[in-house]
Design a protein around this ligand. Structure first.
Ligand code: SF4
Ligand code: SF4
Ligand code: SF4
Length: 246
């Protein structure tokens, strides 16, 4: 049986999510054995436009990116957004709240006019996306699980409950109790609440659960006098595109 052909692409990003894939070690060997990787700039030299599954990292930050992404979409049977830049717009989206010519001058100085830019956006704002692998960066184990599911023709199960659930399972003290704010009540789980466990709080890098307003964890927010809208305003880092798109 012919192996599925897999390709990796990147747009505006730090390439940290692709690095997670390269660092898969044993799991990567299994992927390589089960699929033909035909394009992966960070890990190999070859390239082919003949592929079944495209993993795409990064956000769309220039109009010219759109044509390239549409071409990838045309070639791929399945398009998977890889990481928060691709699923949410990610960190690049912070520029969306600044005056765009000013941002361009800040980055490119005197040659600003030579470089195009426009407000950053996730892949799904430009083309249909079949699947999203969340996180900044993505979780290696989750990536391996998604790939195995796709290769078996199954839809992977991505959690649709809030980070608070995993945070309580990890027996963390809620950061609201020590005067901090946290996106955990409305953010999609799957990371094991690692940031809280490491002494920080959740920034929301895995995006919102499907219906944050109906989530029972919003009671955590109410207890501290906050609403879903309040924390979305406070944490624009990963949710700003949906805020602008409204
Ligand atoms: S989601 Fe985070 S780790 Fe992944 S490419 Fe974007 S900035 Fe880098
Ligand atoms: S609000 Fe944050 S710290 Fe509190 S339980 Fe939820 S994820 Fe954990
Ligand atoms: S705790 Fe929040 S910010 Fe940290 S990895 Fe999980 S979803 Fe991302």
């Amino acid at each position: 049986m012919e192996k599925p052909r897999v390709a990796f692409f990147d747009f505006a990003s730090c390439e940290g999510c692709q690095l997670q894939v390269v660092n898969l070690e044993e799991d990567l060997l299994q992927v390589v054995q089960a699929a033909d990787v035909v394009s992966f700039r960070e890990a190999m030299k070859g390239h082919s436009d003949d592929y079944d599954i495209a993993f795409v990292e990064g956000s769309i930050t220039r109009r010219s990116d759109e044509a390239r992404l549409k071409e990838i979409r045309k070639n791929a049977k399945v398009l998977v957004a890889l990481g928060a830049c691709a699923t949410l717009g990610g960190i690049n989206m912070l520029k969306n709240f600044q005056e765009q010519d000013g941002v361009r001058r800040f980055v490119y100085g005197e040659r600003a006019a030579d470089y195009e830019t426009y407000p950053a956006r996730p892949l799904k704002a430009v083309v249909p996306v079949d699947l999203e692998i969340h996180g900044c960066p993505i979780n290696r184990k989750e990536f391996a699980m998604v790939v195995k599911s796709l290769l078996m023709g199954k839809r992977p199960e991505i959690p649709n409950y809030p980070v608070c659930v995993e945070c309580k399972m990890a027996e963390n003290i809620c950061v609201f109790q020590i005067g901090m704010t946290c996106m955990g009540p409305v953010t999609r789980a799957g990371c094991g609440a690692c940031c809280v466990t490491e002494g920080s709080f959740c920034w929301g890098c895995r995006g919102l659960v499907d219906n944050p307003n109906a989530d029972s964890e919003r009671e955590v927010l109410a207890k501290y006098g906050l609403s879903v809208g309040d924390i979305l305003k406070k944490f624009r880092l990963y949710t700003g595109y949906s805020e602008v798109a409204k």
